[in-house]
Design a protein around this ligand. Structure first.
Ligand code: C2O
Ligand code: CU
Length: 455
């Protein structure tokens, strides 16, 4: 007993300065830098991208629920940058939003991210500076938080889908800020990759049970995903478990949205299963899964994931604020909007690159769009008065998507089709200043960006 106490005390004396040193030296780095990768099909040249640690997608960060995530962002890009950890109920100071939660990291600089990942689920990290360009050049990666007591599966696979606009030499086209794109659906690409590869082949076994974590990392493209040769259920959306697994496995994912699926391989050995992008003229393969002989043992029905236990918004006593989206091609902003505190005409707005408004304002405001007391319930009908779809994301919080006033799934990004309204409800639980914006990143850059405060 006595000897132990002495040792412990001694150790504390010795390790305190040493530990501090060690921490500074061993903080794992995440380096943003130009790289060359093979994005286009074989036979095409490599593409110059911007990547984390030289790979597309960036390295998968995988931790268990409640673990601490530390990364030193090293900026070897020719532009300032910052990393946002999308969907994490994060410490506000670590949220990675230039001019709101930190200063953008200049070229040659670094920033230490250090936070707890409180909830299990499929998340991702991406640049949050000039994201319409920097994410379009490749700066994104998966962030997977594993639950304890998760489902039994044979394999857990992350599939991050990206949309690139390349020319005939497989080079990214340099038209990142094009106003025509921003005023329409955004900068849509002409090459979809899965984990940085064009139509990757992923061998599977018949009867194998897969957990697939889908992440739409496109800057603007809405994906409509389907399956051939695999059946099962959706178990989570935007990292949040569904109360009941949903056997409808075809899924529309707005930019930034995620879905977790548990699928059994049903295709016969020698055949292929597919993940499909469903288009008007049918489906085309985004990834193929050549099937090998397996056990084909019957598996039980897909079970729900352990629930998150988040606080339910009190719908009856919640404050309500509409969010009205306006502008863009076709409709415009005939009444103008406020930008940087100034009332401006549509013409004046366009001269400063503003095409969209939310509640009559284009871009950031001096004061928050709304302020919530900690624990306060809040409802927000997201009203799309434009001719284009939008994917509205709130930082630092998940919300319930309401269906006819009834709570639907928890999400962190809501897709609102032209002319539609989607109501969301949340509890202001996480103190700080949080962004609220369209995840069609060209829309964000041209007006659809605001913020709220939780005190
Ligand atoms: Cu995924 Cu404000 O971001
Ligand atoms: Cu939008």
């Amino acid at each position: 007993m006595h000897r132990r106490t002495v040792l412990a005390t001694g150790a504390a004396f010795v390790t305190l300065p040493l530990a501090r040193n060690l921490r500074a030296e061993t903080l794992p780095t995440l380096t943003a830098a130009p790289a060359r990768v093979q994005l286009a099909p074989a036979g095409y040249p490599q593409t110059r991208v911007w990547a984390y640690d030289g790979s597309i997608p960036g390295p998968e960060i995988r931790v268990t629920q409640g673990a601490r995530v530390t990364r030193r962002l090293v900026n070897d890009l020719p532009q300032p940058t910052a990393v946002h950890w999308h969907g994490i109920r994060i410490d506000n100071a670590m949220d990675g939003v230039p001019d709101l939660t930190q200063k953008a990291v200049p070229p040659g600089g670094s920033f230490d991210y250090d936070f707890i990942a409180p909830d299990a689920g499929t998340y991702w990290y991406h640049t949050h500076n000039r994201s319409w360009e920097q994410l379009g050049r490749g700066l994104a990666g998966p962030l997977i938080v594993e639950e304890t007591g998760g489902p039994e599966v044979d394999r857990d696979l992350t599939l991050m889908i990206s949309d690139w606009r390349i020319d005939e030499d497989a080079a990214l086209t340099e038209d990142f800020g094009a106003m025509h794109d921003f005023a329409h659906a955004g900068r849509l690409g002409n090459l979809l990759t899965v984990n940085g590869a064009f139509e990757p082949r992923i061998p599977v076994r018949q009867g194998e049970r897969l957990r697939l974590r889908l992440i739409n990392a496109a800057t603007a493209r809405i994906l409509a995903l389907g399956w051939h040769g695999m059946t099962g259920a959706v178990v989570a959306l935007d990292g949040a478990p569904l109360d009941t697994p949903d056997p409808e496995t075809r899924r529309v994912l707005a930019p930034a949205q995620r879905a977790d699926l548990i699928l059994d391989v049903t295709a016969a050995p020698g055949a292929e299963a597919f993940m499909l992008q469903i288009a008007q003229d049918g489906g085309y393969a985004l990834a193929s899964f050549p099937v090998e002989t397996g056990t084909s043992a019957a598996r039980g029905p897909v079970q729900p994931l352990p629930p998150q236990g988040w606080t339910e918004p009190d719908l009856g006593h919640a404050r309500t604020l509409d969010l009205r989206m306006q502008g863009g091609a076709m409709r415009g902003l005939p009444e103008g909007a406020t930008h940087m505190g100034q009332a401006m005409s549509m013409r004046e707005l366009m001269q400063v690159g503003m095409i969209w408004s939310m509640n009559g304002t284009a871009g950031m405001t001096e004061t928050p769009l709304f302020t919530l007391d900690r624990g306060e319930s809040f409802r927000m009908p997201l009203i799309n008065d434009t001719a284009f779809a939008h994917g509205i994301h709130l930082h630092g919080h998940h919300f319930r998507e309401l269906r006819d006033g009834v709570p639907g799934p928890w999400r962190d990004t809501a897709l609102i089709r032209p002319g539609e309204t989607t109501e969301i409800a949340l509890v202001g639980e996480n103190p700080g200043d949080w962004l609220l914006h369209c995840h069609m990143l060209g829309h964000q850059a041209s007006g659809m960006k605001s913020w709220f405060r939780v005190t």
